[in-house]
Design a protein around this ligand. Structure first.
Ligand code: HEC
Length: 151
């Protein structure tokens, strides 16, 4: 029993040395969504609070992500999330891709698939209220419509 506890404690200490790389560029690129589309301040604030951790080049890392394995899970989400949708590079997407991502944003929010439910357990402040969901969905729909008419 004592050996098991000691072994588990040793593993826990050792994995702390394996820190994943951090996703924090500290920059707002020219391709940022705020420069590509009309993003009202309130929408920008909600995206930053609830989505940017996994869908931009700048993740905000709470203290527990410095403790493994929680930092590994975060790094995994960030890698997958950015792969699918990166708000820092949104402006570099083709108009067609921008349109399909906007459509997907509306759908993901509507179904409650995003923000990732598992992430919300620890990031309570990223939970979207019903009115915030409506605001984001309307914004995504309007932005998509204006892309379609302008191009
Ligand atoms: C904890 C990390 C995390 C947060 C926070 C998060 N996402 Fe995601 N998101 C992901 C991951 C991971 C995927 C890829 C899921 C997959 O492949 O099944 C994804 C996929 C998506 C997709 C699908 C993209 C595509 O190719 O169709 C959209 C749209 C999306 N997220 C929007 C959002 C929005 C909007 C928010 C904020 C309201 C948000 N996400 C918050 C991690 C996150």
């Amino acid at each position: 029993m004592k050996e098991t506890v000691l072994a588990a404690a040793t593993v826990f200490v050792l994995i702390q040395f394996i820190q994943p790389a951090r996703n924090e560029s500290g920059q707002v690129l020219d391709s940022d969504i705020s420069k590509a589309l009309d993003v009202p301040e309130r929408v920008q604030g909600i995206l930053a609070r609830s989505c940017f951790d996994c869908h931009s080049n700048n993740t905000h890392y709470p203290w527990y992500t410095y403790i493994q394995p929680s930092g590994w899970f975060m790094a995994y989400h960030v890698r997958n999330g950015k792969d699918k949708l990166n708000f820092s590079e949104f402006g570099a997407y083709s108009k067609r891709r921008q349109g399909s991502k906007l459509e997907s944003i509306g759908k993901q929010i509507e179904t409650g698939a995003m923000p990732l439910p598992s992430y919300l357990l620890l990031h309570g402040n990223a939970v979207l209220s019903p009115s915030e969901k409506e605001l984001l969905i309307n914004w995504a729909t309007d932005s998509r419509d204006s892309l379609a008419t302008n191009h």
